[in-house]
Design a protein around this ligand. Structure first.
Ligand code: GLC
Ligand code: MG
Length: 575
């Protein structure tokens, strides 16, 4: 039917009619895409984003002042690493009070003002939620030490064992913590060991205690009532540890990966990671969040989950057939890319996710960097940073960008002279806004981490004025995410991706008969030739600095075309 109608029409009219028809038939589900399914997610590390009061540490008012920047670059939702009261042993991931703003970051009024401003700009605010552990300075831990009513088993306590040889007391199991060294620490006052997967200043909650569940739900409720849109759930693989019915904890077998018995990697974490109970808490929270939405209206209150785990495990986080949990377990596959990255490797990593997560749940997200890993410009190479921005945004689903990666910030390995050095400091240096003192991050005399010495040439202000800067490529890609073709990813034939050769990666995004985009990216240092990709003539709409072409140039893809070393482009075809 449609064929005959269209023959007599001009192509412009044709396009409008097609859109109308598609909408009318319900073939177009672009509007069915929920906000978290195709978001441009941006991670803010509050200590390092913007300092408003000159103490050298970023804060909430600083973030608020920069929200228009997020809007400018096309971000739709931002997640903040922890902003709660903390002694900062793990830079805020060690929380004293889960419903109090850390004074370094500001006040509850500042927080409310930030949320209000974000919402005014149409940005979602996602808070980091750390349900696996607290600070040892948390009142709950202190109560637990004193075995106060209800708090006795709020954390994981154990007497340990008596070594038959020496007669000495030893920890209940051989478990090592993520940051190396024993995961059990003796508490003098309570005369027992407590378990901590992370630092000894981060005791793990006993998630088998209903009282803990109650407290955690109350924390979520507290922030929802202040307008928070979603949560990023920290450390999900570590919620539960194996515990036998007789109350003992089994030793883990050596992994064979290192001889250092103190190292976390010394053991194969069959009892401290990915226990079958882990997703059950996500299911509980999902029920709570859905119910909250039913009662209060508004958009989906989503959960993003942090889990370095296999896709089969992550799949159960979303839906195990009987229960639904988190909407968005983070996909860290691209975080494993190094400067050996190739198109084939990207395809393998993408397939690993898509074959399970897309096939089963139709969800995808692409994290390229975060506060725990070397920055992409350093890890994957500066010549491939823009290419990765293009790919992460052109793949279907949600893109996740760590602050500063939108301008290609690099790791800064300054000699550590400050009080508490962390192996992850290089990727946590202050945001580089402009070429003024402290890169425009702070008016103070010094900053909590040194500003990267490259800030005079690598900063937001400068990149605004450069046509093919990392920032402008990022902006172009976030804009493309809003097109019909990019929004049609849940439609049959809405996207495809493929390594065309060892080094050339291709992504196609299609709204059939309306428009099509094609990404071509050369990961290698050699020129690459491509023959007869399609019979379409397409237009260059995004180009990285390795491309010899110009915006608006046309290319006939039925002929042989070439890609320069590290060239990455987006081409467009319009019906
Ligand atoms: C998560 C955070 C990391 C933190 C850890 C402990 O992995 O991303 O920064 O150290 O949890 O809370
Ligand atoms: Mg400050």
């Amino acid at each position: 039917m449609t064929q005959t109608v269209f023959v007599a029409m001009s192509s412009g009219t044709l396009r409008i009619v097609q859109i109308l028809l598609l909408c009318a038939c319900g073939a177009f589900a672009a509007s069915d895409v929920d906000w978290w399914e195709s978001a441009t997610l941006y991670q803010i590390y509050p200590r390092s984003f913007m300092d408003s009061d000159g103490d050298g540490v970023g804060d909430l008012n600083g973030i608020t002042s920069r929200l228009p920047f997020l809007k400018e670059i096309g971000v739709t939702a931002t997640w903040l690493s922890p902003i709660y009261e903390s002694p900062m042993a793990d830079m805020g991931y060690d929380i004293i009070n889960f419903t109090k703003i850390e004074p370094l970051f500001g006040t509850m009024e500042d927080f409310d003002a930030m949320v209000a401003k974000a919402h005014e700009l149409g940005l979602k605010i996602i808070l980091d939620f750390v349900p696996n552990h607290s600070s040892d300075e948390c009142e709950w831990f202190q109560k637990s030490i004193r075995r106060e009513d209800g708090y006795d088993d709020f954390y994981i306590w154990d007497d340990g064992k008596i070594d038959p040889q020496t007669g000495e007391r030893v920890p209940p199991s051989n478990w090592n913590s993520e940051f190396n060294g024993p995961a059990w620490t003796w508490n003098e006052q309570r005369q027992q060991y407590y378990f901590h997967w992370f630092l000894s200043k981060q005791p793990d909650f006993n998630l088998r205690s209903p009282m803990v569940h109650q407290h955690l739900i109350e924390i979520m409720k507290f922030w929802l009532e202040r307008g928070v849109d979603a949560f990023r759930i920290d450390a999900v693989p570590h919620f539960f540890e194996k515990r036998f019915d007789n109350g003992t904890y089994p030793d883990e077998p050596p992994s064979g990966m290192t001889n250092d018995t103190n190292s976390n990697r010394y053991y194969d974490h069959i009892y401290t990671k990915d226990q079958p109970e882990n997703p059950t808490i996500l299911y509980e929270w999902r029920e709570f969040l859905d119910e909250y939405q039913r009662q209060h209206g508004g958009d989906t209150r989503a959960m993003v989950a942090e889990a370095y785990a296999s896709v089969n495990i992550l799949s159960d986080y979303i839906n195990n057939g009987t229960h639904v949990g988190t909407q968005l377990p983070m996909n860290f596959n691209f975080v494993f890319l190094r400067n050996t990255a190739s198109a084939r490797m990207v395809q393998l990593l993408a397939d690993n996710w898509m074959n399970v997560m897309w096939t089963k749940h139709k969800v995808a997200n692409w994290v390229v960097g975060n506060h725990d890993n070397s920055r992409p410009a350093t890890r994957i190479g500066e010549q491939r940073a823009d290419m990765m921005t293009i790919i992460a945004h052109a793949m279907p689903g949600t893109s996740v960008t760590y602050y500063g990666d939108e301008i290609g910030m690099t790791d800064y390995d300054a000699e550590c002279t400050w009080a508490s050095c962390d192996f992850r400091d290089p990727e946590r240096t202050p945001m580089q806004w402009d070429s003024t003192t402290n890169a425009g991050f702070s008016k103070g005399n010094s900053t909590w981490l040194p500003v990267n010495s490259n800030y005079k040439t690598l900063n937001v202000q400068r990149q605004r004025g450069i046509a093919r800067s990392t920032l402008n490529i990022y902006k172009a890609m976030t804009a493309l995410k809003k097109t019909i073709a990019f929004k049609s990813f849940k439609e049959e034939g809405g996207f495809s991706y493929e390594a065309l050769s060892e080094q050339v990666f291709q992504i196609i995004r299609t709204a059939p008969n309306i428009e099509e985009y094609r990404v071509l990216a050369n990961f290698g240092g050699q020129m690459e030739y491509l023959d007869g990709l399609t019979n379409k003539t397409m237009e260059y709409v995004v180009l990285n600095s390795y491309s010899p072409h110009r915006y608006g140039d046309k290319v006939d893809l039925s002929k042989r075309i070439y890609l320069m070393p590290y060239e990455a482009v987006v081409l467009r075809w319009v019906a």
